[in-house]
Design a protein around this ligand. Sequence first.
Ligand code: NAD
Ligand code: TYD
Length: 350
Amino acid sequence: MKKILITGGAGFIGSHVVRMYVNKYPDYHIFNLDKLTYAGNLENLKDVENKTNYTFVKGDIVDGDFIQKLFEEHQFDGVIHLAAESHVDRSISNPMEFIMTNIIGTVNLLNAARYIWKDNIEGKRFYHVSTDEVYGSLGDTGFFYEDTAYDPHSPYSASKASSDHLVRAYHDTYGLPIIISNCSNNYGGNQFPEKLIPLFINNIRHNKPLPVYGKGENVRDWLYVLDHATAIDVIYHNGSIGETFNIGGHNEWKNIDLIKVLCKVMDKKLGRPKGESEKLITYVTDRAGHDLRYAIDSTKLQNELGWTPSLQFEEGIEKTIDWYLENQEWLDNVTSGNYQKYYDEMYGDR
Ligand code: NAD
Ligand code: TYD
């Protein structure tokens, strides 16, 4: 049985990847390593927690000794590394958490993998999940390609850029079998309601202001989270060692246009008069260093590995809104902080 370590599996994207792997690969044992920061929520994985090919490990990737011991104990065959501090606004107010987890944490994992795989790298893989934000900001035209020069602007994107460089350096210097992907903005169920889409869905539901940064003209390229998880699966299994793949949906939206779609669909779902939720839009001071536009070219992934996004945005956003409306308890637990008790209830004696 192959042992795969997935880091950050209690978070938004990680929980979708863990679920997919546990269900799809009964011959893999999936270890989910997560510190359970504010963004980690084991309620995301209730449906797989009792599967025999799944083990949750609570731990911090910044703790190098702990990571080394964990790798020695389990001798993982593969790593899919998603654990990170991931919210740009938090990186602006508290950059050190991002430096520690995203950079030092990644290096601890690289060192441990290098150590246990030193005599045999056959079939081993270290897959580092990264973001398109490392490429910086585009003007009105053009796309990010795999060879676009890095130009990060926020402490978040700079810490992810740094980790990408280190992952490549461990390949070039030590021959570590790495793969990297850089993905555009994800949306879908289980996302912590500090990111634009779940925050605004929750605020619309509670008739709270929708804080639009600047003029709302910034553009993001949105991909449904399950399409990202599928891309990760395809790249992990079929991507060549040392390669980088961009993942994106060719689905660019100006923030204000996207917010108006959210308002329109929510009006319909909540039975409000047309235009009611749009009244909540409130323009606020722009984010410092706010990147204007992200847009991914994922032709390489499409041509080499045959991946394409499965969902049109209209369908994806409808599914996403439905998920938050049907999972109000999840949202309430997250916004009240109650979800943090779940670990103690489930795993308190460990
Ligand atoms: P998230 O913030 O929802 O989840 C991060 C997870 O990592 C949480 O479960 C958290 O508890 C865990 N974690 C944080 N610090 C840790 C530490 N020191 N040790 C162990 N676990 C720790 O993030 P997400 O949105 O799911 O993103 C996952 C990965 O995908 C990140 O690497 C992010 O950079 C990347 N990514 C995200 C997006 C996006 O739109 N969300 C897009 C492209 C790439
Ligand atoms: P976010 O979801 O934080 O993702 P990222 O900054 O990583 O792209 O933000 C998406 C876009 O929405 C970004 O341009 C910032 C903007 N935004 C707002 O206008 N208001 C908000 O309250 C938030 C959280 C984001």
